[in-house]
Design a protein. Structure first.
Length: 351
């Protein structure tokens, strides 16, 4: 019987043999659970939520104190960063990381998503759960569905007109397009209200309208219309860019399951399609814990501060069962993601 092949992925030796009989994930789950890493961290999240709320209030207060001045635009970048922090809290609430109670989790999600960001919690949660169930699956993951960008040669083949030009140049356009993401999320949120049942639609719609009215009202009360528009454009563009910088490294350029090929178990489905980002406390903060993408996908309800503690356990288990565990530096992860987008568009540049 031939020995399993060895591979070196980003400096880490791995094995690429076929999965052994039985569940590869169960022993890891047992170990993680025995270490208490699936337990809640209520005090940690209370501090994070309170600090974020105070920081948001401080920036808004500073905006009012600065008043109708171009200097007010200097507050747009920190507000964009805090909006991203708010989105990370909503993300954790959607996964049940903050509390085991669905009602409390939904309330936290509605406050941080709909009210503070103008982003539909229900729409995002449904979409994101589909992504987690089948990451990078071309037919099942909405995050790799053909739209402005495409992620496989099959998607690129029949593009015409403007979409064809976008695909040919998508690697160069990726980060500029993320500048529109903040507005795009709001548009999708309002569009999704038609899908929601009446009671949910009323609550989510009301909170979205309150956010829009409060956001526009604050800017137009403090700033002249021209400065208010400039502030909103800068703020929303930087917010979208921050989200793009946080989400781009996670799966772009990683394995994409063959819809007609071998069906992977949970461990392989999540590990082979995900990429971790190396770094310290600053990276953890900037990426909202999503730099531990492999651990997060394996254990979506694991509280954010436990992900780094689970990493050595997951890495060792992957080595034991022969599954590549991919890690990269932040800038290198962007290079890998953009290279994948460039390669997908390559056939259209040759025609």
């Amino acid at each position: 019987m031939p020995q399993p092949a060895a591979a070196v992925a980003d400096g880490v030796e791995t094995r690429t043999d076929a999965p052994p009989a039985g569940s590869e994930f169960t022993p890891l789950l047992r170990t993680v659970r025995s270490c208490g890493l699936l337990g809640r961290r209520h005090a940690w999240y209370t501090r994070v939520i309170a600090a974020n709320a105070l920081a948001l209030a401080a920036v808004v207060t500073a905006l009012v104190l600065v008043g109708d001045s171009w200097w007010a635009l200097l507050l747009a970048p920190p507000l964009a960063v805090l909006f991203a922090r708010t989105a990370f809290i909503g993300h954790d609430a959607g996964h049940g990381q903050i509390t085991g109670g669905k009602g409390v989790g939904r309330l936290i999600g509605l406050l941080h998503g709909n009210l503070l960001l103008g982003l539909s919690y229900s729409w995002w949660n449904a979409k994101h759960n589909r992504h987690h169930a089948n990451p990078n699956h071309i037919d099942k993951d909405p995050d790799v569905a053909a739209d402005v960008l495409v992620f496989s040669g099959g998607q690129a083949g029949d593009r015409q007109g403007l979409r064809r030009w976008l695909t040919r140049n998508q690697a160069w356009l990726f980060f500029p397009l993320t500048l529109l993401e903040g507005v795009a999320l709001k548009v999708h949120s309002f569009q999704d209200l038609r899908r929601q049942p009446p009671r949910e639609r009323m609550v989510e719609g009301a909170l979205l309208v309150i956010h829009a009215a409060a956001y526009a009202g604050l800017l137009l009360t403090v700033l002249s219309p021209v400065r208010a528009l400039a502030f909103a454009v800068l703020h929303q563009a930087l917010f979208g860019l921050h989200l793009g910088l946080a989400f781009a490294p996670n799966h772009k350029g990683m394995e994409m399951p063959d819809p007609d090929g071998e069906r992977w178990g949970h461990l392989r489905r999540q590990v082979l399609t995900s990429r971790n980002i190396r770094g310290g406390a600053l990276t953890d903060w900037f990426l909202g814990g999503l730099n531990y993408q492999i651990e997060h996908h394996l254990f979506p309800s694991m509280p954010r501060p436990h992900l780094r503690l689970a990493q050595p356990l997951v890495r060792a288990h992957c080595r034991e069962v022969g599954i590549p565990y991919t890690e990269a530096a932040l800038l290198d992860s962007y290079r890998q993601a953009l290279r994948h987008l460039h390669e997908v568009g390559e056939p259209l540049r040759k025609r």
